[in-house]
Design a protein around this ligand. Sequence first.
Ligand code: LLP
Length: 438
Amino acid sequence: YGTSSVNDKGHLTIGGVDTIELAKEFGTPLYVYDTQLIRERARGFKQTFDQLGVTSQVAYASKAFSSIAMIQLIDQEGLSLDVVSGGELYTALKAGFNPEKIHFHGNNKSAEEIAMALDADIGCFVVDNFHEINLLSGICKEKGKTASILLRVTPGIEAHTHDYILTGQEDSKFGFDLQNGQAEEALVKTLDLQQLHVLGLHCHIGSQIFETTGFIMAAEKMIEKMSVWKQKYNFSAEVLNLGGGFGIRYTKDDEPLAPGKYVEDIITRVKSLMDEYQLTMPEIWIEPGRSLTGDAGTTLYTVGSSKHVPEVRNYLAVDGGMSDNIRPALYNARYEAVIANRPEAKPESVVSIAGKCCESGDMLIWDLPITMHSSGDVLAVFCTGAYGYAMANNYNRIPRPAVVFVENGEAELVIERENYEDLIRHDLPLKVQHGGQK
Ligand code: LLP
């Protein structure tokens, strides 16, 4: 994976840094990001658009992993940013990210979040529903501001992925339905409102998608409508945003395309459709999350207890689990892992990696072929860079791990490990002393 390799001690290295040393210095569980790989992915997307001669914005979907340092890295690479909450917006602004390149998503933005985004002069709101049209235009009016918007539509595409991460089908909580006239109604309404400038359309059909068919079908449906709306309302979309969702390789069974290849296939088709319908080619925006950070992240754990269930299974427990990576429990997500002390040693047995939470479902990997190992070894789980730390939680009052960036042989701590004090920071003691039996 990425810049991972093995050094003369036989240890796994990432970005030229010995993972065993990282575990010693920063403790475990530890999220390690190979930032060179994130940069390569970012440049790959941008170069593909450049080669196709298409004006674009590649916006990192920061829900995949947001932190001040991460946003700064995205800024260094010249990408735009997709945020979905006041918290993600706050992080971006604190990181010094150019507000004009921030796109604000969400199916239930609050008045406070909208006001915060307007005050910051962000580049674009991705408007999801009629309630938001009214709310946003109302707040714009109060503030004497205008907002650029994209209308999020659901094109009626079912991407073949896990049910929970399907978003483009009709029966979805997101967006205006493209087929039943809702999207058109939203367009007519927003074109009429002085406070809103309609830049174009947005859709996101799902996540961890391996084929381009779904993206192309969605684009076809949107472009078809754009052609009708051009004639009916003289509306020319300046922007067509095709969302994110490009799949990555978690295990040997996954066969994604190279990130640039997704873009190449989709955009080539979009270009020819635009010609067919005699429409001016809009700017194409995309919003990759997982495909920018997913395989750049590795989690290091320390191996602890084990349990043998005769003729059934060997359990091997590590010092983290669903508190730092809920994906296996939530989506049956699969990962690969090695003993970082000797990643090249041949597997000799099969174990199932358990977390330390009080819940039977807290399993990280089922039936992992593994080499000789003992308590105290470091287990490296690959491809945890998207929706890992981002979905980490304090179940069982387990502090969230630390995050380090590694590049060119250097490691930099970018998120400190939580401590017990952090866990009780917002707890208040009981003030009222009645009702007890003691
Ligand atoms: N744009 C929109 C509007 C989205 O809803 C999403 C993801 C993305 C972009 C980025 O998608 P990506 O390129 O990362 O696939 N927690 C789940 C994934 C949920 C994705 C939600 N939306 C997981 O751990 O797999």
